[in-house]
Design a protein around this ligand. Structure first.
Ligand code: ZN
Length: 365
């Protein structure tokens, strides 16, 4: 009996010990889990944030010419101004102008509310005003800077649209047709039927089509010359298959002066030179890629001001689903430029290019 009793006791003791051990292990596991899990999450988040930051920088450089951090340092300057100042090839003349633009833009903002009110009045009384809603109550010449009308007659203007096709490509083409002018589209790669029909319309209607990038993903295209070549060729082939035309003009995503490329830009330039491709940067921006959403009127001002100070202007605009205001501003840009008899032309490889990094220095080297 006694023996049985003590065996029972031993058994209970052992199972109790087991239970305690199990609880101990559970507690240890829980503690470890609560310590390690957040650490792992932190590490994952750290890398995630880093990669997002990189993507933001890529986009920022493309659109503003500076990284997010650099832009924050320039807190008191407008995004557009920061972008202009940062460009390596900006002349003093241009820089002064951009300061003027900033002042003008402030003035424009102040006038905007008043203008919007008159617009609403006008629109309600005139439903047929599709072409006049932006500058309803004033002449398109009501600019708060002086235009040299005589000099305008000898100016050359190359309007360029990057990043299309988009849902607005058709509208842009319609407006260009209305004014009977030709422009240049630096497109990206899209294979849906609508986009293909837009590539075709661009070519069929006499505009220039140029290569921008198939993927437009900097990490990919600027990672190696091999990747660059693959991306370039993929878009070139797509455009040839769609339009029957092999593009020979190019625009670097971010411009040739970008500093995000892992490949030396000079190597890409040599690649382009070897393939007889001419690349074009720009010297006028309508500002549709700046952080602040500019009104059609502000976009219009930026173009006219830029054209006003250059003999030859290559104007950077964007053709994406978010750039409705660019489309709205376009007819006024065209009206003003055609009225002032500036010559609006499409780019082709014999046009003297505007380049942040000049291609000529790498020919036959
Ligand atoms: Zn682009």
């Amino acid at each position: 009996m006694e023996q049985d009793n003590s065996t029972d006791k031993l058994g209970t003791l052992a199972s109790r010990r087991k239970r305690i051990n199990r609880i101990k292990i559970t507690i240890i596991l829980l503690v470890v889990l609560f310590l390690i899990l957040p650490t792992i999450i932190c590490v994952i988040m750290f890398f995630k944030v880093n990669s997002l930051q990189k993507q933001i920088d890529v986009l920022m450089i493309e659109h503003y010419g500076v990284t997010y951090t650099e832009l924050n340092k320039k807190n008191h300057q407008s995004v557009a101004h920061a972008a202009v100042v940062n460009k390596s090839k900006v002349s003093n003349n241009d820089e002064q102008t951009s300061i003027e633009e900033r002042k003008d833009s402030d003035a424009t903002n102040q006038k905007k509310d008043a203008l919007n009110n008159t617009q609403n009045d006008k629109n309600s009384s005139n439903d047929n005003s599709a072409g006049t809603e932006v500058f309803s109550n004033e002449s398109v010449y009501d600019l708060n800077f002086t235009i040299n009308k005589e000099a305008m007659k000898s100016k050359k203007v190359y309007l360029t649209f990057d990043d299309g096709p988009s849902k607005y490509t058709g509208d842009i083409l319609d407006i260009l047709a209305e004014y009977n002018v030709k422009a240049t589209f630096f497109v990206i790669g899209k294979t849906d039927d609508f986009s293909k029909s837009m590539y075709k319309r661009i070519v069929d209607e006499g505009h220039s089509i140029g290569i921008h990038s198939y993927s437009h993903v900097y990490d990919n295209i600027y990672n190696s010359l091999e990747n660059f070549d693959k991306d370039f060729t993929k878009l070139s082939d797509l455009l040839y298959d769609t339009t029957g035309y092999i593009p020979n003009i190019y625009r670097f995503p971010g411009g040739s002066g970008n500093n995000v490329s892992n490949v030396k830009i000079s190597n890409i330039v040599k690649y382009l030179n070897n393939n007889n491709i001419v690349y074009f940067d720009w010297n006028v921006e309508n500002g549709d890629a700046t952080g602040n959403l500019l009104t059609p009127k502000e976009l219009y001002y930026n173009v006219i001001k830029g054209v006003n100070i250059h003999n030859t202007s290559i104007v950077l605009m964007h053709d994406t689903d978010t750039k409705e205001n660019t489309v709205k501003s376009l007819k006024y840009v065209l009206k003003t430029l055609t009225d002032l008899q500036a010559e609006i032309l499409p780019l082709n490889k014999s046009v003297t290019p505007i380049q942040q990094v000049e291609a000529g220095q790498y020919i036959n080297k």
